[in-house]
Structure formats: structure tokens, C-alpha cells
Design a binder for this molecule. Structure first.
Ligand code: NAD
Length: 475
């Protein structure tokens, strides 16, 4: 595979640019394959193909679109081993993470497929009884979709499946860190018979990303955009979309809090906080980054939490892999800064030498205060901060003392307390007695504040990709 170049798929055909970049495995350090570097010309060709495919795809009946999606889900199931391989090679993730990604994608496609034929408009009565009116839902046109590498099947599938389910066509730009995954998604839809040009996949290296992205957002044929990634790049995408007056769905970073209240089941809280913080090395937008634990139970929780982490990530095994050395360095820098300002390390040793520079074991720090960088900055790695709280007001104030608002948890045995917290927390989702990482087809996904706006999944997610047209008539 090392000399294999991941091609683009434009208008149903593989395109192999002469310029390529390397995709390197973070677990072996070896070249996995190469990928083509897209230019503005490729971007234009992809938009043109999507524009040509639009009139026919828009008119495909909802039941036929449903059938294409159901067939794609079956194909993903059948090609599961191949698909998992692309993800494991590019990100160093475990087989479990790959399975979760593929299961989540298949489920999402089936769920959206089942909703397509019930998308409908309205027939309101007007003030003048001689007038009739209809409100139609129509696709926008060409949608530009961008997805990241960390859960790339779920995030890549949702970025194109939901727009095409509603009758749009797409240009699909996948992260340079796992391009084969995005090629594979496009290939599954293609194998299911989705017509040429409905999904056009390309990728580019970081040096060309800004130019290619801007050319796509500026293209008059592109009518709506979605971007999943960091808040820093989301801001750039939002600015460009504002400048070109394109609506956009932004799914950005997070700094999820978990409140462990004084009456919590501490075994459950310890387990769910460990999974929420360290699943896939904390490289999930919904990862638990801050645990706000009640002073009365803090000592007992800390002891159980450390023991749970030891059990899940035993000392003898290789440390988990992160996406690259930059990701490890970022977490270590945040931890260094916190410790230099008075934080204590409860679990883990971020100065330990691991078998490669892309590996880092879970680290828990206590006595975290607002002057430390880690208090505000998304670590997007295997670190979590413990902060003690005493009152509901204090817990909510600290939980909300962040620019982000994506996900959160509350641990309490009293559902009334849980619901009070849930109402007060500023985030797109609150999970009571469950980890902050929770995404499934039957729940809307999205955030508020600087975690972005708009929703994927469910009927809300499907409606993001239609615009409304009013028709009236005199009878
Ligand atoms: P990133 O924002 O760093 O990169 C995303 C893409 O943007 C990359 O492909 C990159 O090449 C491109 N890019 C970089 N600079 C650009 C520019 N100036 N113009 C246009 N494109 C540019 O994010 P990432 O590392 O891929 O993903 C991690 C981030 O994504 C985390 O912050 C995480 O919380 C967030 N995320 C959010 C969700 C969600 O649903 N809210 C899901 C997964 C990840």
C-alpha cells in the first residue's frame, strides 16, 4: 500500500493528481499510502460535476433515494474489514473504535433513509379564502462538506449523507490525515448506484487547504456548507461563508464538563468519566475535559477514578496512540503549564518515555485553576482536570465558564437534581449518569457558543439541507 495514491472521485471517475502528500501511521511511523493534492482546478471540476448531477438527483423520488442509502449501508457492512483497515492505518485507533465508527455510520444512514419519505411541507389557510398556499421544502443545490479524521466514518458520512438524502449534491473534502476513509465512503455510495457527480471526493494538503476551501465556498454554484473541525478553523470557514452569504453548519470543538454531585453513584461516575475522558485517547469533540466533583465525595471519587483508569489502561500495555507528535506535544505543554502553576498529578506520568513519541497514557490533574491554560483550552488528548465544587451555583458557573458548549454530564442519584443541572448547563447535550461522549443516529448532534451551530441527525439534521419555498395561487 505504501506506494498507493488515494485518488479523488470526481463525476464518478478516479482522478490521480501528479502532486501527492504522505499519510503516515502514527502507530508504526511508516508510510501508509499517499494522497493527491487538490488544486482550485480540481475543486472547480468537482463543483461542475455536482452541478451537472443536481437536476436529475433532485428529481429522484424519496423512496428511490431511500433505497440507495439502504444499499450503501449494506455495502459498508459487507466491506467492514476493508473500511476498518483504512481507519486503523491512518489514526492508530483500536479495532473497537473502528467498529464503533462503522456501526454508527451504518445506523445513521439507515435512520436517515427511513426519514426521507416523510419529509414534507405544509398547506396553510390564508386570510383570503379565494387564495391557496403551499410551503415546499427544496434542496439547496450543491453542498460543500468538510469532515475531520477522528471519527471519520460517522462524521464523513453525516456530512454527505444528510445533504444528498434531501436532494442536494456534494463536494466532499476529507481531512488530509485519513483520506482513504473518505475515498471509501464515496466508493460505498458509488457502489450502491448513487449516480456520478452526486458525491465528489477530494483532499488536499494543509498548505493548499485555505486556497482550495476558499475557492469552493466562493463558487456561486455552492449553496450551503458544512464543516466539522476545530473552532479556530471553523471561525475562518464561518467568516468566508458570511462574506459569500452561504449558510453553514459548524460542528466545532468542545471542553465538556462532568459534574459529580455529592449523591452520585461513584463507581458509575468513575467508570463513565474514565471512558468519557480517555476513549480514543480523548480525541473526541465530546471528550470529558473537566470533572467538577463535590468536595464531600472528592477523595473517594479520586481513589475510584484512579483505580478505574488503571484497570482500563493497565501499566504493562503500550500507551495508547494519538494522531501525531503535535497532538502529544500539545497535551504535554498544557499539563506542564498547569503543574508549573500549582496543579497536582493524580494519575499518569506525562514525562514518561513511551515506545513512540505519538503515545501518551491518561493523565489526571487536580487543583486546576482559571489561570492555567488547560482550564480553557481544548486538550483533545488523554488529559482531564479535576476541580472541586460545593454548591449547584458554583458547579454551573464553572461548567459554563468556557467558550464551548457541545456536551456535558451530570452524575447524581436524584433525577430532579440532574434535570436542574441539565437546564442550567450551556451545551448541546447533557447526559445524566452517562459519559459526555454520546452520539447516535436518533439524537440531534451539535453545539452552542463556540462549539458551532446547526444540527446533524434526525429530522432536524435532514431539514438543515432543505430551504423553504412559498407558493400561493388564486383559484
Ligand atoms: P482542524 O480544524 O485543525 O482541521 C480541519 C481541516 O481544516 C483540516 O483538513 C485542515 O487542513 C483544514 N484547514 C486548516 N487551516 C485551514 C484554513 N485556513 N482554511 C481552510 N481549511 C483549513 O481540525 P481537526 O484536527 O481535523 O479536528 C479536530 C477538531 O475537530 C477538534 O477541535 C474537535 O473538537 C473538532 N471536532 C468537532 C466535532 C463536532 O461534531 N463538533 C466532531 C469531531 C471533531
Amino acid at each position: 500500500m505504501a506506494d498507493y495514491v488515494v485518488p479523488f472521485i470526481i463525476d464518478g471517475k478516479e482522478v490521480r493528481p501528479s502532486a501527492t502528500f504522505d499519510v503516515v501511521s502514527p502507530s508504526t511511523g511508516k508510510l501508509v499510502h499517499k494522497c493527491g493534492v487538490a488544486t482550485k482546478e480540481h475543486a472547480k471540476a468537482a463543483v461542475d460535476a455536482a452541478s451537472r448531477a443536481l437536476p436529475a438527483w433532485r428529481d429522484v423520488t424519496p423512496s428511490k433515494r431511500r433505497d440507495y442509502l439502504l444499499k450503501t449501508a449494506d455495502i459498508m457492512e459487507r466491506r467492514r474489514d476493508e473500511l476498518a483497515g483504512y481507519l486503523i492505518d491512518a489514526t492508530g485507533c483500536t479495532q473497537d473504535w473502528a467498529d464503533l465508527n462503522i456501526d454508527g455510520s451504518v445506523d445513521q444512514i439507515k435512520d436517515i433513509a427511513g426519514r426521507i419519505s416523510s419529509q414534507s411541507g405544509a398547506v396553510p389557510s390564508l386570510a383570503d379564502p379565494s387564495l391557496g398556499a403551499m410551503i415546499l421544502k427544496e434542496p439547496f443545490g450543491v453542498v460543500f462538506a468538510m469532515a475531520p479524521w477522528n471519527a471519520p466514518y460517522i462524521l464523513g458520512v453525516r456530512s454527505v449523507c444528510q445533504p444528498i438524502a434531501a436532494g442536494n449534491t456534494t463536494v466532499f473534502k476529507g481531512s488530509e490525515l485519513s483520506p482513504a476513509v473518505f475515498w471509501a465512503i464515496t466508493s460505498c455510495f458509488q457502489e450502491a448506484g448513487v449516480p456520478d457527480g452526486v458525491i465528489n471526493f477530494l483532499s488536499t494538503n494543509p498548505a493548499n487547504a485555505a486556497e482550495v476551501t476558499e475557492s469552493l465556498i466562493a463558487d456561486p454554484a455552492v449553496r450551503k456548507v458544512n464543516f466539522t473541525g476545530s473552532t479556530a478553523v471553523g471561525r475562518i470557514i464561518g467568516r468566508l461563508c458570511g462574506q459569500h452569504l452561504k449558510p453553514v453548519v459548524l460542528e466545532l470543538g468542545g471542553k465538556a464538563p462532568a459534574i459529580v454531585w455529592e449523591d452520585a453513584n461513584l463507581d458509575l461516575a468513575a467508570e463513565q468519566c474514565a471512558l468519557g475522558a480517555f476513549l480514543f485517547s480523548g480525541q473526541i469533540c465530546m471528550s470529558t475535559e473537566r470533572i467538577l466533583v463535590h468536595k464531600k465525595v472528592s477523595a473517594e471519587f479520586q481513589q475510584k477514578f484512579a483505580a478505574t483508569i488503571d484497570a482500563i489502561f493497565p501499566a504493562g500495555a503500550d500507551a495508547p496512540v494519538l494522531i501525531n507528535t503535535n497532538a502529544v506535544d500539545k497535551v504535554k505543554k498544557l499539563l506542564d503549564n498547569a503543574v508549573s502553576k500549582g496543579a497536582s498529578v493524580l494519575a499518569g506520568d506525562f514525562n514518561a518515555t513511551e515506545t513512540s513519541k505519538t503515545r501518551l497514557r491518561p493523565v489526571v490533574i487536580t487543583k486546576v485553576t482559571p489561570d492555567m491554560d488547560i482550564y480553557q483550552t481544548e486538550s483533545f488528548g488523554p488529559s482531564v482536570s479535576l476541580i472541586e465544587i460545593e454548591t449547584e451555583e458554583e458547579a454551573l458557573r464553572i461548567a459554563n465558564d468556557t467558550e464551548y458548549g457541545l456536551s456535558s454530564s451530570v452524575f447524581t442519584e436524584d433525577l430532579r437534581t440532574g434535570l436542574r443541572f441539565a437546564k442550567g448547563i450551556e451545551s448541546g447535550a447533557v447526559h445524566i449518569n452517562n459519559m459526555t461522549v454520546h452520539d447516535e443516529a436518533n439524537l440531534p448532534h451539535g453545539g452552542g457558543k463556540n462549539s458551532g451551530y446547526g444540527r446533524f441527525n434526525t429530522t432536524l439534521g435532514l431539514d438543515e439541507w432543505t430551504k423553504v419555498k412559498t407558493i400561493t395561487w388564486r383559484s
